[in-house]
Design a protein around this ligand. Sequence first.
Ligand code: PLP
Length: 463
Amino acid sequence: MSRSAHPAGPRHADVYPEGHYTAPAADLNVLDEKVWARTVRRNADGVVTVGGREVSRLAEEFGTPAYFLDESDFRARCRAWADAFGPDADVFYAGKAFLSRAVVRWLKEEGLNLDVCSGGELTTALDAGMPAERIAFHGNNKSVEEIERAVRVGVGRIVLDSFQEIVRVAHIAQSQGKRQRVQIRVTVGVEAHTHEFIATAHEDQKFGIALADGQAAEAVRRALRLDGLELIGIHSHIGSQIFDMAGFEVSARRVVQLLTEVRDEHGVELPEIDLGGGLGIAYTSEDDPREPHEIAKALTEIVGRECEAAGLSTPRISVEPGRAIVGPTAFTLYEVGTIKPLEGLRTYVSVDGGMSDNIRTALYDAEYSVALVSRTSDAEPMLVRVVGKHCESGDIVVRDAFLPADLAPGDLIAVPATGAYCRSMASNYNHSLRPPVVAVNDGEARVIVRRETEEDLLRLDVG
Ligand SMILES: *Cc1c(COP(=O)(O)O)cnc(C)c1O
């Protein structure tokens, strides 16, 4: 059934069994607003617009492939998350989904905090003026240099991921004469999948310290003893593209249980809980994500209820949405190059990008949708597989979708919901040039990350 091993296990991969595809939409010209950025429309000439700009004009100006990001949608989603959680909670945008200096400025202006997980992300955040105290530093193997810099600039928190790191961060903070605010990342034994979750005692993965066998309790014991550390809370991140709140419920309950044990053993009430990110978005019309206010209500209630039952004062909650903020705000625009009908199977549509600008389909069997955006068509739907131009048969962008049967080379097609984990995971495979990210807002389009050039490639290649 599954074509490739999925990091979240086989139950994830078989979400899309061989030969399965959903029926074509009644009218392929209609754009499902669920999967497109908020200002995307089709105008009277049949051309799709974003922020009031026609994709055909954008393609002329910026070339293809390119990512077009709806800035007003991005900002609106930031505000929706901040408003939903209110002043008594913190929203950290997960920078790994997509980070640039423009994005950092938007986050700063909209009142969000920022998660980084590398020196490069930290540099981008600081360079664009994000105050260090609004930055959280993550990662399962931060280098000594990264930790030294994070402590020196004064990041708001470092999320400790291992026993070695507890000692390492404490030592570095102490040598700088500082006391670093930290959280401990625990694994709660919840494997979250798209539409389900599995509760297990242990998780077979690299992140965090297990709650099982008292390991997390031991980590807390050690962190509390070290002068270089101010332990402010417990962190748990259970997965990605999650729709089912039940996984968060189990996670919150287990984290509160740990807070209770900590209080009983040390007489300390840790003031914060971070429940991570991973909230799902609509990649296709079949996905039904929750709104931020529903998620905030559910999480706040779960934590409040569990703490009340344990006689704990309610900790400050933080969450870390990445995909749920940036994912739906962008689409990738491609030009169709070749079209190859395979009798009795499907039609292969090759575009001018591929796995170098969207690795998620090849990596996770991710599902996407696609639409003809440079014109409308009344032709019959044809079953297609949208593929890239790379030397790899797994170079698939959209595994199964429908496009009009009169599709022709030169048509523009767009894949929605590519704001997260596409540009940030882009590669130079086949020495391709990574596409630009163009922010569109109210009739204005501006490049926020420029297209790579062949000079860029040669500059790294020192001969
Ligand atoms: C990846 C990650 C996130 C964000 O996940 P999304 O699916 O983009 O919401 C949040 N927190 C941590 C610790 C992560 O590793």
